[in-house]
Design a protein around this ligand. Sequence first.
Ligand code: NI
Length: 398
Amino acid sequence: MNPFLKQAQELFPYTQAMRRDFHMHPELGFREIRTGGIVAKELEALGIEVTKGVGKTGVVGFLEGAKPGPTILLRFDMDALPITEDTGAEYASQNAGVMHACGHDGHTAIGLTVAKILNEQKDKLAGNIKFCFQPSEEGANGEEIGGALMMMRDGVLEGPKVEKTLALHLWNDKPVGWLHVAEGPVMAGADLFNITITGKGGHGAAPETTIDPIVCAAQMVSAIQSIVARNVEPLKPAVISVTTIHSGTAFNIIPQTAELGGTIRTFDSAIRQLAHQRLEQVARGTAQAMGCESEVLIKQVTAPVINNADIAARVLESAQAVFPETAIESNPYLTMGAEDMGWMQEKADGCYFFIGSANAEKNLNYNHHHPKFDFDEQALIHGVALMSAAAADLLKGK
Ligand code: NI
């Protein structure tokens, strides 16, 4: 048996215990005080140099290999979601209204076990490893920017400079045992937009004296649907969704303004530019036709996650060595979901891979962010084995 898989199996009780502890005590983005505290303690117990407070509540462990070489960063996200858990699990959340419904409890536990395994191998490593335990992947949570950018602002990619990155996600859309490692785009870049439509308010019974922003908003929502349908090449993925619409205060008042909000998801920067340009044109043109004015604000939330071909090929080789009997999926598998690891991979080439974690027979196949979300813990073994093998392989001395 592959030595990394063997160690991952032997250390499974530890990984599982850590995962269940994090699951019972979930913390929202930038509030991962308890989680980060445990992470720091566990890393320090291994003799790994720890820096706390990187990106508010983030924790970084630095492992220096015996031989010189590049520095690679392994990223594990720690935050939970504002969801009331409904799994009935014995290790269910004890923090009302907060739940690990995306599997980041598993990622954090995987990271700690990977640190144990690689720490034992440090004499063989030609280069260094930064264990990056990241807060607030799910969004900025009241801050100006999310966890990855916050850690980057605090210099996580510098001193020493990070040359390569690895990250993973437990993936309940696929059964446990499924593994995906591929080059190219894997997760979409996300933008958010807000459109303010200004008309002229007045009495609901006298529309002729007003300029109704609600009628304009309705036209605009329909017109926005034409952008992806009519302007984007059909074989190129893009999504524009209007997800919020706010206006009005009473049944007899035509309001002065209406607001639309939503998200744009793309992989390709040319398509992203096109979507922005058309959104602005459609908003301006529709508003003008309806006698209103419009203001469009677009903000980038995450960059797309694009895997480097060379690193992905090496991780795929590691995966085949660890799981010789598994057919590793290496065809494109794109999701329109976003992930702020895209920011780090934009600065340092990396590979982001998926670990299948669902088990329909055990009822562990709810979607991510569902109140009944839970995963098959066997996936933790796969995550630990592949992450440690891939990291060790990237730092193999000549
Ligand atoms: Ni997630």
